[in-house]
Design a binder for this molecule. Structure first.
Ligand code: SME
Length: 188
């Protein structure tokens, strides 16, 4: 069991420091990017107040595809350039939207959303995912939230990217015979 919890009455900067420490601790030593995204989304949901959606879209075949999240079921695929997420992916820059209804092309996944922040996850100069947070409050996210989330994403980017392969595929298999033996071992 993991028992991370935000400190009571913490100011925003402490909250983000604690969130980042928890996220670094829970992802340390885990090479599966999807598992790490799932735990980071859960921590954000637990630590940050006034959210109605928090999670990731992953870049796959030049479009954004829904990843691990907390909140209501959401739209699955978002073309790069469309909506707030697509704008973050296309520009490689954080999109902080005080009023989603005033954002041209905003994609409404939950009618309760009033404001939104989307932070691109960069690896080797490329956008490999975006972190998307929605709030039912107008102008929920300020520059301190942006700085805290950008620092979080930048510290964790490589852990959100790597993905683990089934053990028999990652094992050294110089010959067909070796490959067969490794598969058999892993099936036991
Ligand atoms: N509002 C986003 C779509 C994703 S949902 O908010 C989860 C957008 O405009 O890209």
């Amino acid at each position: 069991m993991y028992d991370f919890a935000p400190a009571a009455n913490a100011d925003k900067s402490t909250l983000y420091d604690d969130l980042r420490a928890a996220a670094e601790a829970i992802t340390a030593g885990e090479s599966d990017g999807i598992a790490n995204m799932a735990n980071v989304a859960a921590l954000i949901w637990q630590f940050l107040p006034d959210l109605n959606w928090a999670g990731f879209y992953r870049m796959a075949d030049d479009e954004l595809v829904l990843g691990p999240f907390q909140g209501k079921p959401a739209c699955i695929r978002i073309p790069v350039g469309k909506g707030v997420c697509g704008a973050a992916a296309a520009s490689g820059r954080t999109q902080r939207v005080e009023d989603v209804h005033a954002f041209p092309g905003h994609i409404a996944c939950d009618a309760a959303s009033a404001s939104e922040i989307v932070v691109p996850v960069m690896q080797d100069g490329r956008v490999i995912a975006v972190l998307d947070l929605d709030s039912p409050l107008r102008a929920r996210f300020d520059s301190e939230d942006q700085a805290g989330l950008e620092a979080l994403v930048s510290a964790l980017a490589s852990r959100l990217y790597r993905s683990i392969l089934p053990r028999f595929e990652t094992a050294e298999a110089p010959s067909v015979r070796g490959t067969v033996r490794i598969i058999m071992l892993n099936r036991r």
